[in-house]
Ligand binder design. Sequence first.
Ligand code: RTP
Ligand code: MG
Length: 141
Amino acid sequence: MALERTLSIIKPDAVAKNVIGEIYTRFEKAGLKVVAAKMKHLSKQEAEGFYAVHRERPFFNALVEFMISGPVMIQVLEGEGAVLKNRELMGATNPKDAAPGTIRADFADSIDANAVHGSDSLENAAIEVAYFFPATDVFAR
Ligand code: RTP
Ligand code: MG
């Protein structure tokens, strides 16, 4: 497996629940390192741009409104097979379908308020990391 970087967002519901640390612990225990991080209250424009691939989907407006409902914690995770590893830690999009012990099973309330975002491919990871972090703000470790 190759060393990869992926973009992770702790969504407004999980930030409001005060579980940033618990989620970071899961990343660390799985061997993923936080190599960049910032808390941010996204503007509507930033959220729409980030989720532009979903623009035509019926849930797009609800998704954007939810993502701007409060601050989020945005981080770049680095590790062997980081993209898939993070998706495995997150669990299925709908918490009802998420495997026990995953972040969404333990912290998500609904398909909208589903605690975390994670890049779904190495290609999208590079695009998403660059969307939020200039290269100088990502630290090789
Ligand atoms: P994410 O992008 O947030 O990591 O989630 P994901 O890959 O598991 O799911 P994706 O298909 O990319 O959808 C992005 C977010 O939109 C919301 N969604 N709602 N009502 C629906 O059918 C529906 N489908 C997706 C979810 O909040 C999902 O995380
Ligand atoms: Mg996605």
